[in-house]
Design a protein around this ligand. Structure first.
Ligand SMILES: Nc1ncnc2c1ncn2[C@@H]1O[C@H](COP(=O)(O)OP(=O)(O)OP(=O)(O)O)[C@@H](O)[C@H]1O
Length: 255
C-alpha cells in the first residue's frame, strides 16, 4: 500500500533579522532607519523525512519554535519547501492557522462554500453537506453573521467541520483544536478517530502528551527543526517528557 504522506529531506528556511551596528553614516543610511536588517537565514526545518500510511495517526511533539506548525503548513501546501519534497496521496483536509482560510467580511455560510470548494468539493456536494457541516459546528444561529464577528472557538468549529466534511484522505490538525471547549474538543477527537478507522491518514500536533499517547500510532519529536526521535507514540512521548522534566503523564508539555 502506498503511503498517504511521504516527506523526504524536507527543509524550510526563514530570514533572520539582527540589529545592525553602523560604524559610518553611509552604513547607517544603507541599513535603514530602524537599524534592523536581514543578514542571514535559519532553518526552521531541516532533513525531515517520514511517511504516514493510510489509517495511521502521526503525532508531532516539540518545544515552542521547534518547527511543528511550519511542517504542518508545508504539508497543507501553505508555503513551499526550500529543500526536499512532499508527496500526498489524496485530498487534504486541514485545520491550520485559525481563520487563515476565512474571508472575514463574508458570512459563515459563504465561507463554508468558499472553503469547501477550495478543498475540492463541487458546489452541489457542498449544498448537500451544508446542514451537516453547520450542525457539527453547532453554530446554526450565527451562520449568516460575518466571520469577523465570530470568536476564535467558533471559527475553529467551522474550520474543523468543513475540513472533515470534505472527506479527506489526509487530515492535518494543529494545536488550534485546543481553542474549542472541552466538549467540542472531545467531539472532534472522536471524529478524528472515526476517520482514522476509515483509512484517513492523520497528522496531529499537540502539546498534550497524553493526547498523543492515546490517539497516535507513531510520533516524531522535532527539536530545532530536526527529527530528534521517532517511533511508537508512547516511547517518543516518554523520551520527550523525560527531556522536559515532566512528571505526570497528563502534564501539558508546553515548554
Ligand atoms: N513566516 C516566518 N518568518 C520567519 N520565521 C518564521 C516564520 N514562521 C515560522 N518562523 C520561525 O520558524 C521557527 C519554527 O516555528 P513554528 O511556528 O513552526 O514552531 P512550532 O513548533 O509550531 O512552535 P509553537 O509550539 O510555539 O507553535 C520559529 O523560530 C519561528 O520563529
Amino acid at each position: 500500500m502506498h503511503p498517504a504522506i511521504t516527506v523526504q529531506s524536507l527543509g524550510k528556511r526563514f530570514r533572520c533579522y539582527t540589529r545592525h551596528h553602523s560604524r559610518t553614516i553611509m552604513e547607517a543610511a544603507l541599513a535603514g532607519w530602524r537599524g534592523v536588517r536581514s543578514n542571514d537565514y535559519f532553518w526552521a526545518l531541516r532533513d525531515v523525512s517520514f511517511t504516514v500510511a493510510p489509517g495511521e495517526m502521526l503525532g508531532v511533539v516539540g518545544r515552542n519554535g521547534a518547527g511543528k506548525s511550519t511542517l504542518l503548513r508545508l504539508l497543507g501546501r501553505v508555503g513551499r519547501p526550500d529543500e526536499g519534497n512532499i508527496v500526498l496521496n489524496g485530498r487534504v483536509g486541514a485545520l491550520l492557522d485559525l481563520g487563515a482560510g476565512f474571508h472575514t467580511d463574508l458570512t459563515g455560510r459563504e465561507n463554508v462554500f468558499v472553503n469547501a470548494v477550495v478543498a475540492g468539493l463541487l458546489q452541489r456536494e457542498v449544498r448537500r453537506q451544508f446542514d451537516s457541516i453547520v450542525e457539527f459546528a453547532e453554530i446554526a444561529q450565527f451562520i449568516d453573521n460575518p466571520i469577523r464577528t465570530y470568536s476564535t472557538g467558533m471559527m475553529m468549529r467551522l474550520a474543523f467541520s468543513v475540513a472533515v466534511h470534505t472527506h479527506p484522505a489526509i487530515l492535518l490538525v494543529d494545536e488550534h483544536l485546543s481553542v474549542g471547549d472541552q466538549a467540542f474538543q472531545n467531539k472532534c477527537l472522536d471524529r478524528i478517530a472515526q476517520m482514522k478507522a476509515e483509512g484517513c491518514a492523520v497528522v496531529l500536533i499537540s502539546h498534550n502528551a497524553k493526547q498523543i499517547e492515546e490517539l497516535c500510532d507513531r510520533a516524531i519529536w522535532l527539536n530545532q527543526g530536526r527529527i530528534w526521535a521517532e517511533g511508537e507514540a508512547d516511547t517518543v512521548v516518554e523520551q520527550y517528557r523525560g527531556a522536559m522534566g515532566a512528571v505526570s503523564p497528563s502534564e501539558e508539555l508546553t515548554q
